[in-house]
Design a protein around this ligand. Structure first.
Ligand SMILES: [Zn+2]
Length: 534
């Protein structure tokens, strides 16, 4: 046996242990996530930028003379303390984050057609270079998903962190900075996907790299899924993963896009963590009547019947219904709003006072109006083909965003009653939709730790939210995974200026991205690290 190996054995026998090699029993010392043998760490420092390294990488190092060990230990002591607080070197992390972020933004993964392959390959290379288990799984080789896993001791069920690598398509002519240039200007990074959803992808990547580099002992596996096809072709992404590779992503908790830290007037106001979402349906109204000559108007004209039907549906206020998420949302929003707004939020469910409040929302805060109910928006209308012909058919398509517990056949019957016209038929049309699910719970360890991380990093209150749009988390919620939508800080004013998700000039504040990585890291570490009681 070589001298150094003997030395290691002595240290292990004395009660020290290497955190990377957890086979050795540890004796008589408090469990500490990053506790390592000072001597091993000391020897590792010359060779490896990481404080913690593995026995195998030490085998060739010469033994240290015993007399200098106590002196060196004094120098080393602050490093051990620093390691125990387990904070990465954030300045270095920021440079690296920006490098990966720009590399991902420069890949044109517009969906359609998708072509997420370069992004998945890039992530795989970066992860594998650091010894993280990663694989590519695909229904179509041009549209792959990437799954990476860091293994824990299995005391708790895994946590899944995910982001989608596809982006919505662009009209390059409308972009000041080319959409796949990842231009940095004035503290922002511009590019399609900057806030939907390559910000989440890069945050997940950095969290994985840091967990691995810092050798954080885990009570549960941390799984990273970079999925394809979220923007309307999820048969290649989450649907494929759920149906064919469920064990790869099976988890107790999931974190993905859908939340944000809301800032207005340059000040962070509150955090929105998505715990529920509405379900999209497509409903068609078809009016029929006899065709005829345009010179002889008919009461039975299909266009006339359809217009009346659309008007009635648009004027109909669907019933209001709160769930756990929206109830908590309005209560908490009331607590942090100025008096007049607060009164509205507080009384939203008060039967005596709610009618004018809802009217106010319909005009001034349509987002809140939609959160309270199943919403209906007539968004397409077709009928007629020449000016002198009364058409025999006309159609309107309604975008229905249902509350998670909506009974859709009951809703169709209600729409029929509101229209009250036998010449108009109401039907549900197939739509690539997502499963309806209950909101994720607010009393979980994951939600509590997220709220705590929000407080620590942004100093504001967390509002659980139900998004009016849909995300891939609904698939996971349908399988019992408690999912929480998170995201970086955004200025509310940025969207209307044309810099929001899906707009013609998507951008993110660099500072917001870096803060998001720290926030994300904080949630995952606290939820997954070893030794925290359940
Ligand atoms: Zn998205």
């Amino acid at each position: 046996m070589k001298e150094v190996e003997k030395g290691q054995r002595r240290e292990i026998q004395a009660g020290f242990r290497c955190v990377q090699c957890r086979h050795r029993p540890h004796r008589g010392r408090p469990e500490s996530p990053l506790f390592i043998s000072p001597l091993l760490a000391l020897r590792a420092r010359g060779r490896n930028s990481s404080l913690i390294t593995h026995h195998s990488s030490l085998r060739t190092l010469p033994p240290l003379p015993a007399c200098i060990v106590p002196i060196l230990l004094l120098f080393l002591f602050p490093s051990i303390l620093a390691a125990q607080t387990s904070q990465p070197d954030w300045t270095k992390v920021e440079d690296e984050t920006m490098r990966h972020f720009q590399a991902l933004l420069r890949m044109d993964t517009s969906d359609p057609p998708g072509n997420e392959a370069p992004a998945a390959e890039y992530l795989k290379t970066v992860l594998e270079r650091e010894g993280i288990e990663a694989k590519i799984l695909s229904l179509d080789s041009k549209r792959p998903n990437l799954v990476a896993r860091l293994r824990g001791n299995g005391k708790k069920r895994p946590i899944l962190i995910m982001g989608h690598t596809d982006v919505v398509s662009v009209d390059p002519a409308k972009w000041t900075h080319p959409p796949f240039s990842a231009t940095r200007e004035g503290g922002y990074v511009y590019g399609r996907g900057a806030i939907d959803d390559k910000d989440n992808v890069v945050a997940c990547l950095m969290v994985m790299l840091l967990l691995k580099r810092m050798n954080v002992p885990l009570d549960r596996d941390v799984i990273f899924l970079a999925e394809a096809g979220e923007e309307g072709s999820y048969q290649y992404g989450i649907d494929f993963m759920m149906k064919q590779h469920w064990p790869e992503i099976d988890a107790e908790y999931c974190f993905a896009e859908g939340g944000t830290i809301v800032s207005t007037g340059g000040k962070v106001r509150h955090a929105e963590i998505q715990t529920s979402e509405k379900i999209p349906y497509r409903v068609k109204l078809t009016a029929r009547g006899p065709a005829g000559h345009g010179s002889v108007p008919l009461r039975s004209n299909a266009i006339v019947h359809l217009s009346q039907a659309v008007g009635r549906v648009a004027a109909w206020q669907t019933p209001m219904r709160l769930n756990d998420t929206t109830r908590a949302y309005f209560e908490r929003l009331a607590a942090i709003s100025p008096p007049e707004e607060s009164a509205r939020y507080k009384n939203v469910a008060n039967t005596e006072k709610t009618a004018p409040i809802q009217q106010y929302f319909a005009v001034k805060e349509p987002h809140h109006h939609s959160m309270l109910r199943t919403s209906i928006s007539p968004n397409m209308i077709t009928g007629g083909y020449r000016v002198n012909v009364i058409p025999s058919q006309a159609e309107a398509t309604l975008d229905v965003r249902a509350l998670p517990d909506e009974d859709i056949s009951h809703l169709l019957a209600e729409i029929g009653k509101v229209i009250n016209d036998p010449a108009v038929e109401v039907t549900k049309v197939e739509r690539l939709t997502r499963p309806a699910t209950k909101p994720s719970r607010l009393d979980t360890e994951a939600f509590r730790l997220t709220e705590e991380a929000v407080k620590r990093h942004y100093g504001v209150v967390t509002l659980p939210t139900m998004s009016t749009g849909a995300t891939d988390m609904s698939f996971l919620r349908a399988r019992g995974v408690e999912c929480y939508g998170i995201g970086p800080m955004r200025d509310v004013e940025d969207g209307p200026k044309g810099f929001g998700a899906h707009s013609d000039q998507e951008r993110i504040l660099e500072e917001a991205l870096h803060k998001f990585v720290r926030f994300h890291w904080d949630i995952v570490v606290n939820l997954a690290k070893a030794g925290v009681p359940q």
